[in-house]
Design a protein around this ligand. Structure first.
Ligand code: SOE
Length: 390
């Protein structure tokens, strides 16, 4: 038997997403038989004490305090970018030039210009690249994709997507990096709407035009930073201006003729991670809600008349993508498993030297939509999205 190829990972950043990715690297070989096996080689972070203890706790073999060192090391094959958004472009281009495969957190970049340079860099280097839109890897969503591709929902007419959270509603919640344009590029838009845009592109297709509005409810906040995960601490009695959106909504048209209505907000009181959508086709509809992620509501016109109606399916049967790798039917999986499923695809991509989706091209096209909504909100006009190859 030939030994399995090892992919030595160097991860940059180790907070919320770093924790989710670390867990996935560790558990991937436990549930799957990946074509290549990740090795948790090193993590990087600026605070030596913090990065050392994160490496120990999460099971990384070594650490660096400068991400550039990680890229120079020839015992690293894959760079995993879990940093705030403003660092993505420099790290990704350096990693591609060094011939490393790349996994990058979303949104891909701060704007289209950066995203386009990142895409050029990975294409030129020929490295496997992925963007971490983990919700694509929920079994119920994979199943929706199959239903649509098999024509079971017919022609798609509508997609309604909402992504609502409520963790910044307290006016004393500090001006953390996720609320500062120079670090994150945009607020709720790049953080939450980027996920809805990705699900829409995955399930319905490319956007052609958008008309949006963006709004900031609380314009001044005390200075402070994340203390790990999404927790934050006020660090001073001084305040600063919030220069990103708290909420965003837009109307859209898709290439296939469908209409879209999307809304994302961090002011959706009571919604902790309310990522939801409904899709209506000529022959059926589906509804999905991340807070109940294993379930899918399905309506099929082909059902006998008296039994027609939305039914709730628990997507944990062996036929539902990925679930056979975990538990027997009915034994549900969770948020963390979406990252394991994504890494499984990434490892196959590297082993087969092919592009896996969602990749930097998807990140770039997502950024085109994000930026078009921003422009539309400023100009109060519809904005067109260039089609592929334009
Ligand atoms: C925080 O708003 C956040 O963690 C996002 O950054 C993630 O992308 C989303 O999946 C959950 O919420």
């Amino acid at each position: 038997m030939t030994a399995k190829r090892k992919i030595r990972v160097g991860m940059i950043g180790y907070k919320f997403m770093g924790k989710a990715h670390s867990h996935a690297y560790r558990d991937l070989p436990f549930y799957f038989d990946p074509e290549a096996e990740p090795v948790m080689q090193a993590i990087a972070g600026r605070d030596e004490e913090g990065v050392r203890s994160a490496a120990e706790k999460m099971g990384w073999a070594s650490y660096e305090t400068d991400w550039r060192r990680l890229i120079e090391r020839d015992d690293i094959d894959l760079i995993d970018i879990c940093t705030p958004n403003n660092a993505h472009v420099e790290i990704a281009i350096a990693a591609a030039e060094a011939g490393k495969h790349i996994l990058c957190e979303k949104p891909l970049a701060m704007n289209v210009e950066q995203a386009s340079r990142m895409l050029d860099a990975v294409n030129k280097a020929g490295v496997t690249n992925m963007i971490c839109h983990n919700y694509r890897f929920v079994p119920a969503i994979r199943y929706v994709k199959q239903l649509i591709d098999d024509g079971r929902l017919g022609t798609i007419y509508h997609m309604r997507g909402t992504y609502l959270q409520d963790w910044i509603m307290d006016p004393n919640f500090p001006l953390v990096w996720r609320l500062r344009k120079e670090v994150c590029g945009s607020g709720t838009h790049g953080d939450l709407m980027a996920h809805s845009i990705d699900l829409a592109r995955y399930l319905v297709g490319e956007f052609t035009e958008v008309n949006g509005m963006m709004h900031t409810f609380i314009k001044e906040r005390p200075l402070g930073e994340m203390s790990g995960g999404l927790n934050a601490q006020v660090q001073s009695d001084r305040t600063g201006e919030v220069d990103v959106d708290d909420a965003v909504a837009f109307l859209a048209r898709f290439e296939g003729g469908a209409l879209g209505v999307f809304e994302a907000s961090r002011f959706g009181k009571g919604n902790r991670n309310g990522n939801r959508f409904e899709i209506n086709g000529s022959k059926g509809s589906v509804r999905w809600d991340m807070e109940n992620m294993n379930n899918l509501e399905v309506y099929l016109e082909e059902d006998e008349k008296g039994l027609q109606g939305f039914r709730t399916i628990n997507c944990t049967e062996e036929v539902h993508p990925y679930t056979g790798n975990y538990w027997p039917a009915g034994h549900i999986i969770g948020y963390e498993h979406t990252f394991i499923n994504l890494l499984h695809e990434m490892m196959s991509g590297i082993a087969q030297n092919k592009s896996t989706t969602p990749n930097f091209e998807d990140g770039y096209r997502n950024q085109l939509v994000l930026e078009a909504v921003e422009r539309s909100s400023e100009s109060r006009q519809w904005v067109q999205i260039p089609s592929k190859g334009e």
